[in-house]
Ligand binder design. Structure first.
Ligand code: BG6
Length: 485
């Protein structure tokens, strides 16, 4: 059923007095508004006994701080669409929201601690806010989707009590990044890649997300989570599926998610006997990042001195299907590393016979940080009198400087409003990703992470994942772009 209101559903934020709302959500909404892409009214909801005016003041403060293009006139226009309602996560209090919405289309964004997701979804359903006579109702949740396979399943059950899967939009913000979207578009649009996208031609894939940042005050969450849950189970596994999935026959959400789930199902289980060769964990010690001396993880405020939480995790995935048998996928992410550096790097096998030299490999690299671009490392003749080779990098940024940059949140919020489910993981993807990491989490309940100095490349033990002479790329790798281009 559609109604005129479908194009501008009310965007209800549960947890509207929290940090996420001011730092991320409202700045993203306002930037979309500035770009002429957002028309929806916003209704803030939280237990704080605020007037709409207090809510507006908080939003304005956040926008002035986080939106560079803040514009007074546009703000006056925008704030006309903002409202606030105080209330608890109970069906009774949410009745006031039902009254305001009047059976029109609405989106409920849970900007709440994950422990409250189930309760919030249930209270919304009990207040009959999960359906509308004159439009649609959608529910948006953000990771973490559980902290292991069993809790992910419980969360699914709690959400599904009142909401169907196609009403639920799970935000994994990496899927709103240009790189994630380009992995699909570049891969599935360029004919020359189609015939080489398999184990016969691709020797390995390395997905790296290195950060110089440490805890940033998030100790309460992070010490419970660790790098495997925080980055690999969701963000990096999603990038992996975009590289490894079979192309869907049509551009349709269900087809895409079927293919993503299928490749996740083909990931070989990591078991006790393969664990050491498939998973590495590390924890940073004191060191120097850039020009600053930083503390080790166990010396950080609030962190137990014997914490075994990993701040670095690496996995090697094997995919048992026709396309990928024989190609290892290496995934890693860590805090307090040498560089803010992230990429999806695809290594091609050498030509069968090296007429002009040995060991000349091609790389196709989707760079995420420090800048977003695609690089291809190729070999060409060295100019001059001999047939010597030298590497060249064919490189293109995703975006020209004069083109608008949309954040991952902006991309994803707009997709929710438009009902485009393609960039949101379906439950079975989440479940399969937990299936892969669950045995590792269990094994890591004992033992210790390997120490690495802050500002380094991570623990040396990460090398034990490498097979057949593969070598980790360095954080900060340029593939010679600066010198040869
Ligand atoms: C978040 C993690 O999901 O992603 C953080 O919780 C991490 O620990 C962040 O720093 C990285 O994403 P981005 O887009 O901020 O680089």
């Amino acid at each position: 059923m559609t109604s005129p209101n479908d194009a501008r559903p009310t965007f209800v934020i549960l947890g509207a007095s929290g940090d996420l709302t001011y730092r991320l959500l409202m700045p993203a909404v306002f930037r979309l508004f500035l770009a002429g892409k957002w028309q929806s009214p916003v209704l803030g909801y939280a237990p704080d006994d605020w007037s709409p005016k207090i809510f507006l003041d908080r939003v304005e403060e956040g926008l002035r701080e986080f939106v560079h293009e803040f514009d007074e006139e546009k703000w006056r226009e925008f704030k006309e669409q903002l409202d606030y309602q105080a209330g608890e996560l109970s069906a009774r209090d949410l009745g006031a929201v039902a009254q305001k919405l009047q059976d029109q289309s609405a989106i409920f964004y849970l900007a709440l601690p994950p422990a409250l997701f189930g309760q919030a979804a249930q209270a919304l359903a009990d207040a009959q806010l999960n359906r509308a006579a004159n439009g649609f109702r959608r529910l948006v949740v953000e990771k973490p989707f559980g902290h292991d396979l069993a809790s992910a399943e419980s969360l699914r059950e709690a959400l599904h009590q009142g909401w169907s899967e196609d009403q639920i939009y799970r935000i994994d913000h990496f899927l709103g990044k240009e790189t994630a979207q380009n992995l699909l578009v570049f891969r599935l649009t360029n004919r020359f890649l189609a015939s080489i996208w398999d184990a016969e031609h691709i020797r390995s894939v390395q997905i790296t997300y290195g950060e110089t940042l440490g805890l940033e005050g998030r100790w309460r969450y992070y010490d419970q989570a660790g790098a495997l849950r925080d980055m690999l189970q969701n963000h990096l596994m999603q990038l992996f599926t975009l590289v490894a999935m079979d192309p869907p026959a049509v551009w349709a959400s269900e087809a895409l998610h079927n293919h993503k789930t299928e490749v996740l199902r083909a990931v070989r289980p990591i078991s006790g006997s393969t664990l050491d060769a498939s998973a590495v964990r590390g924890q940073y010690t004191a060191g120097r990042v850039g020009s600053s001396e930083v503390l080790g993880y166990r010396q950080e405020p609030h962190i137990p001195v014997d914490s075994r939480t990993e701040t670095f995790a690496a996995l090697k995935l094997k995919v048992d299907n026709w396309r990928w048998r024989g190609t290892p996928f290496y995934l890693r992410s860590g805090k307090r590393l040498a560089e803010d550096y992230a990429e999806v790097a695809i290594e091609l096998r050498e030509v069968p016979r090296g007429l002009f030299g040995e060991g000349l490999k091609n790389w196709l690299v989707f760079r995420m940080k420090p800048d977003e671009r695609i690089d291809m490392l190729v070999w060409a003749k060295d100019p001059g009198l001999t047939l010597k080779t030298r590497s060249r990098v064919l490189s293109t940024p995703y975006r020209r400087r004069d083109e608008m940059e949309y954040s991952a949140y902006e991309q994803l919020l707009l997709a929710v409003v438009q009902g485009d489910r393609t960039p949101f993981p379906r439950y079975d993807e989440v479940e399969e990703a937990w299936r892969v990491v669950d045995p590792v989490l269990t094994a890591w309940k004992t033992g210790q992470p390997d120490p690495y100095a802050s500002g380094s490349q991570g623990p040396e033990t990460q090398d034990r994942l490498m097979e057949n002479g593969d070598v980790w790329r360095r954080l900060g790798e340029t593939d010679g772009l600066d010198s040869s281009s």
